[in-house]
Design a protein around this ligand. Structure first.
Ligand code: ZN
Length: 458
C-alpha cells in the first residue's frame, strides 16, 4: 500500500486540505481522509493541487496527424462534409505502425493535458482497400500498444460502419476500410478480450458510428451481442452532430436521429451520445431522463462548425456529460472545458454558465461533472478521489505563475480560465506517468511520430 499526503484535493464532497490518499498495489484507491499527521510520516508528500484525472471520452487518435492541415480554403465545400473528405484522404494512407506512432504521441500529450483515460472510437479496421489485415485486429492492437507505451488507460470502442447514408447507400471508396458489422465486432471482441484479460487499465466497448452509417436492425443486434458478454459494456454513438444528418433522417425516415436510435434500441445510462449538438429541448429531456451521457468535444465542434450545444437546458434537466478531444486539435482537458463554457457565454450573453448555487466555481463545477460523466462513458471506476475508484490523479504545480496566490477552487478556475499549463504530475492507476511535466518516453515517442508524419506527408 502506498500512501500520499496531499496539500489540497478535490474530493466528491468538495475541496479539502491535508488529505491522505491510500493506493493499493493494483491501482485502486483504498482510503481517502483527513490526515492524522502522526500517521502521515510514512506518506509521500505531494505539494500541489490534486484533482481526479479527466476521461477523454471521444478520440480518433489518427486524426492527431492531420491537426493543422485542414485550415486552408478547400476546393470543395468549406463545411464538415468537405473536412471529412480531407480526413478520409489522410486515413487512407495509414498502416498499423503509423496508427501506433501517432496514437502514442497523442496519448503522451493527453496525459500532460490532464487526461488519464482515453476512449478510442475506432473505425479504421481494415487495409485501405477494405481487405482485412492478416491479423484482423491489427489496427485495434496498434491503439492498445500505443496506450501501453504511454501508460494511459484505454477504453477501446471498435465501431460498426455499414452504409454511406440513412438511405442504405453502399460504402464509398474512402469508407471501405471502416466496414464492420455485428459479427465482425464480435470476432474483434473475442480477440481483444483475450489480449486485455483482467487488465484494469483496459476496457472493451461498442461503438456504432451513427444512425446514418449503421441500420437500426444492426444497432439492436450489436447491442444484444455486446450486453450478452458484458452487461455494463459502454456503448457510444455519434448523434445529431450536423443539421444535415438531422435533415436526412427526417427526409428518409420521417424521424429525427434520436427517435431512429431509440426505436432501434432504447438508450440508458450505459450509452454515450457523442456531440448531441442538434438535439432539441424535448430530446434533451429524454436523454437526461434516461441518464445517457452526452459527449461534448468543444474544440472539434468549433473547428468543424457544428454549432453550440445547449448546456443550460441539459443541466437544468440534471443531464450527464463528459468531454472528448475527438479530432485531437487540442489535447488539454482545460481547453475543452474553457471553450464549452465560453461558447455558452458568447451565445447566451451571460457569464459563469456552468456554476450554480451548490458549486459556484465554474472550474470545479465543470471538472467534477465531466470527470464523473466521462468515467461512466468509459465504463471505468474513475473520475472521483474515493475508495474503490482508480488512483488517477492530476497534480497542479502551486509554483506555476498561473496559480500564484490561489488555492483549491480558485486554482482550478485559474488553470481552466487563465494562461499557462500548470499540470506537473499525472498518475494513472497508481503509477506516475508524468513527473515534473515530463513523460519518460516523450523523446523517443516524438521521434517516431516525426518520422511517421514525414513519410506520410511526403
Ligand atoms: Zn467522432
Amino acid at each position: 500500500m502506498q500512501t500520499y499526503l496531499v496539500d489540497q484535493a478535490l474530493l466528491p464532497h468538495g475541496w479539502a486540505e491535508n488529505v491522505l490518499i491510500e493506493v493499493e498495489p493494483e491501482g485502486n484507491i483504498a482510503g481517502v481522509g483527513a490526515a492524522d499527521l502522526a500517521d502521515a510520516h510514512h506518506a509521500e508528500r505531494i505539494h500541489g493541487v490534486v484533482v481526479p484525472g479527466m476521461v477523454d471520452l471521444h478520440s480518433h487518435a489518427f486524426q492527431r496527424g492531420l491537426a493543422g492541415l485542414t485550415q486552408r480554403l478547400p476546393e470543395g465545400e468549406a463545411s464538415f462534409w468537405g473536412w471529412r473528405e480531407q480526413m478520409y484522404a489522410f486515413a487512407g494512407r495509414l498502416q498499423p505502425e503509423d496508427e501506433a506512432a501517432i496514437a502514442a504521441q497523442l496519448y503522451v500529450e493527453l496525459l500532460k493535458g490532464g487526461y488519464t483515460t482515453v476512449c478510442e472510437f475506432h473505425y479504421l479496421h481494415h487495409q485501405p482497400d477494405g481487405r482485412p489485415y492478416a491479423d484482423a485486429a491489427a489496427m485495434s492492437l496498434a491503439l492498445h500498444e500505443a496506450a501501453m507505451e504511454a501508460g494511459i488507460a484505454l477504453t477501446l470502442l471498435p465501431a460498426l460502419y455499414m452504409q454511406a447514408g440513412v438511405d442504405g447507400a453502399p460504402l464509398g471508396a474512402g469508407q471501405r476500410r471502416f466496414a464492420l458489422d455485428p459479427e465482425g465486432w464480435a470476432r474483434l471482441a473475442t480477440t481483444l478480450t483475450t489480449v486485455f484479460r483482467d487488465d484494469p487499465q483496459r476496457r472493451l466497448g461498442l461503438a456504432l458510428h451513427s444512425v446514418r452509417a449503421v441500420p437500426a436492425a444492426a444497432i439492436a443486434e450489436a447491442v444484444a451481442l455486446a450486453r450478452a458478454e458484458d452487461a455494463g459494456v459502454p456503448i457510444h454513438i455519434h448523434l445529431a452532430e450536423q443539421p444535415r444528418e438531422v435533415r436526412d433522417c427526417l427526409e428518409r425516415l420521417n424521424r429525427r436521429p434520436l427517435a431512429v436510435l431509440r426505436e432501434a434500441n432504447e438508450i440508458d445510462a450505459g450509452w454515450c451520445l457523442v456531440h448531441g449538438t442538434h438535439l432539441d429541448a424535448a430530446e434533451l429531456a429524454q436523454v437526461a431522463a434516461r441518464q445517457a451521457v452526452i459527449g461534448l468535444c468543444p474544440t472539434t465542434e468549433a473547428d468543424l462548425g457544428d454549432g453550440v450545444f445547449p448546456l443550460s437546458e441539459h443541466r437544468a434537466g440534471q443531464g450527464q456529460l463528459g468531454i472528448g478531444s475527438d479530432s485531437n486539435i487540442a489535447t488539454e482537458a482545460a481547453a475543452e472545458l474553457r471553450l464549452l463554457e465560453h461558447g455558452q457565454r458568447l451565445a447566451g450573453l451571460r457569464r459563469t454558465v456552468a456554476a450554480c448555487a451548490e458549486q459556484p466555481h465554474c472550474g470545479t463545477a465543470l471538472w467534477a461533472l465531466a470527470a464523473i460523466g466521462g468515467a461512466r462513458a468509459a465504463g471505468r471506476p474513475a473520475g472521483r478521489l474515493a475508495p474503490g475508484f482508480r488512483a488517477d490523479l492530476v497534480v497542479l504545480d502551486p509554483e506555476h505563475p498561473s496559480l500564484a496566490g490561489r488555492r483549491g477552487a480558485w486554482a482550478l478556475d485559474s488553470w481552466l480560465f487563465a494562461p499557462g499549463q500548470p499540470v506537473r504530475d499525472v498518475m494513472v492507476g497508481g503509477q506516475w506517468r508524468v513527473r515534473d511535466g515530463r513523460h519518460p518516453s516523450e523523446a523517443s515517442i516524438a521521434r517516431a511520430y516525426r518520422a511517421t508524419l514525414a513519410r506520410l506527408l511526403a
